[in-house]
Design a binder for this molecule. Structure first.
Ligand code: ADP
Ligand code: MG
Ligand code: MG
Length: 474
């Protein structure tokens, strides 16, 4: 995303700064579990390694920053509006469900909730909208909107702090001003939104239930939220896997969700977004149990579905935003950041994509990084699926490929500093809380920059493609 050339740092100096920075990470909790230690994903405090990070922040012209921040409350509102239109969600995903089991299971829960007229009065969204700056058109374009399990709100703010610290200590070398790294309160803002949802639920003894994977190397990112919830708001969090909820959970006749004997005010999903999180029927039962309860779900099944890539593509069609939002300026702002998105019932676009695969990304309905299809694979996949006929193509959407400008960066992973050309993806967190007609929170809630070597197609940090970064306004 760098528009300006970052300051040239001598490699030997960068090496020394990287060591200092890695020590800073260890001292300040900017850490993840180390792949090399088998216990690091299950036992807290064992096998920690500094989170992968960029040594210096990615440059971003300030107008794009302001544009991205302005979009956050509009996307928050949009998610809420779309979530209320059960028919739109079911209809838009009807073809996808026939070829994608995972989406089909989610839709099944959603359909059951419609059948019992389930109402969610208190609705909490903790989202992250991701963007890249397209160098050809010089425009900020949305990659996707994450409505479930948006990660790194805990660690992101620490990267901003690390970068400011390095600038303060090496100011004479870098000639960068720390105040040009925007404040980043993502972890405290997300904790505050969870606490306000807890307060709206209004049961003093109730807790926040964080749904986690049985093995999670990114647990410290999550523990930062837990810490803020306890220390700033006095709210207790318990961590359970979906299979534990199935074994220990129940819904009382009044709708209360009890887990391990404790009443749950808010369920915060940091798992449940991938088919891998549902290895047996037990996990699906747990998801259904939670959905049927009166606990606040972050996200509800509807919010989850609004975040699917298929819905992103449907919302980008002409006249669809108008069904959900009244404000014309808001609609124009959203549309401006939409890249080209197509469903694969359009033969023309399939032909173009097969001819010029480098201009497109083929996306299945998956989250968590590492699932998209590019280049030759894209060409082959489309050709094969088209030959096979049937509805298999409905499992995917096609997206215009965005080309951010690459710039020289130092990326630090596992204590090793790599220099190379890199591109960045800006994530803006959004928090939304509403209780019936009252909007309690609708905010931009901090940011996350992720940077990866420009030769890599995919982008996930946890998936091993990118590093955590912050940004420097130019
Ligand atoms: P996921 O939900 O798995 O994170 P994304 O849609 O964010 O899926 O895609 C994963 C990564 O692929 C992104 O972080 C980005 O690096 C890259 N990517 C996705 N869409 C595009 C695109 N249209 N142009 C360029 N790169 C893209
Ligand atoms: Mg995603
Ligand atoms: Mg993504």
């Amino acid at each position: 995303m760098s528009a300006a050339v970052p300051p040239a740092v001598d490699p030997a100096v960068a090496e020394e700064m990287a060591r200092e920075a890695a020590a800073w990470c260890a001292l300040h909790g900017l850490v993840v579990g180390d792949r090399a230690d088998p216990r690091s994903a299950t036992v807290p405090g064992v096998g920690l390694v500094h989170a992968p990070f960029a040594l210096l922040p990615a440059h971003l012209p300030e107008p794009f920053w302001r544009q991205a921040c302005e979009l956050a409350p509009i996307f928050n509102e949009l998610v809420d509006r779309v979530s209320l239109d059960g028919k739109f969600l079911q209809d838009s995903l009807s073809k996808t469900r026939q070829v994608d089991d995972f989406t089909s299971r989610l839709l099944e829960i959603h359909r059951k909730m419609i059948e019992i007229n389930k109402e969610e009065n208190i609705r909490l969204g903790l989202h992250r909208s991701d963007y890249m700056l397209d160098s050809e058109t010089s425009s900020l374009l949305q990659i996707e909107l994450n409505t479930i399990s948006a990660s790194f709100s805990g660690l992101g703010p620490l990267v901003s702090e690390l970068h400011r610290t390095l600038m303060n200590q090496h100011g004479h070398l870098l000639s960068l001003e720390p105040k040009r790294v925007p404040g980043n309160a993502a972890s405290s803002k997300f904790a505050e939104a969870l606490a306000r949802a807890w307060a709206e639920f209004n049961v003093d003894s109730a807790i926040v239930l964080m749904i986690v994977q049985p093995e999670e190397r990114n647990m410290y990112d999550q523990y930062w939220i837990t810490k803020h919830l306890k220390e700033s708001h006095g709210v207790t969090t318990i961590r359970k896997t979906l299979s534990q909820v199935e074994a220990e959970g129940q819904v009382l006749p009044d709708g209360s969700l009890l887990v391990d004997g404790k009443k749950v005010a808010v369920v915060y999903y940091r798992a449940g977004y991938t088919p891998n999180d549902y290895p047996s029927e037990a996990e699906w039962s747990a998801r259904l149990l939670i959905e049927q309860s009166s606990a606040v779900k972050c996200p509800s099944i509807s919010y989850h579905l609004v975040g699917t890539k298929k819905i992103q593509q449907e919302l980008a069609k002409p006249n669809v935003l108008e069904r959900f939002l009244e404000n014309k300026e808001d609609i124009a702002k959203l549309r401006k950041c939409f890249a080209g998105l197509w469903s694969l019932d359009d033969e023309g676009i399939i032909k173009t994509a097969i001819e010029k695969p480098e201009l497109f990304v083929l996306k299945p309905q998956r989250e968590g990084g590492g699932n998209n299809i590019y280049g030759l694979d894209l060409q082959e996949t489309l050709t094969r699926l088209q030959k096979e006929g049937g509805d298999a193509l409905a499992a995917y959407i096609l997206m215009q490929r965005i080309f951010p400008k690459a710039s020289h960066s130092y990326l630090v992973r596992g204590g090793i500093c790599h220099e190379g050309l890199a591109i960045s993806e800006l994530g803006i967190y959004g928090a939304y809380l509403r209780n019936k007609d009252k909007v309690v929170i609708n905010d931009q809630s901090g940011y996350l920059m992720r940077t990866k070597v420009s030769s890599s197609d995919e982008g996930g940090v946890a998936a091993g493609f990118a590093v955590l970064d912050s940004l420097y306004l130019t």
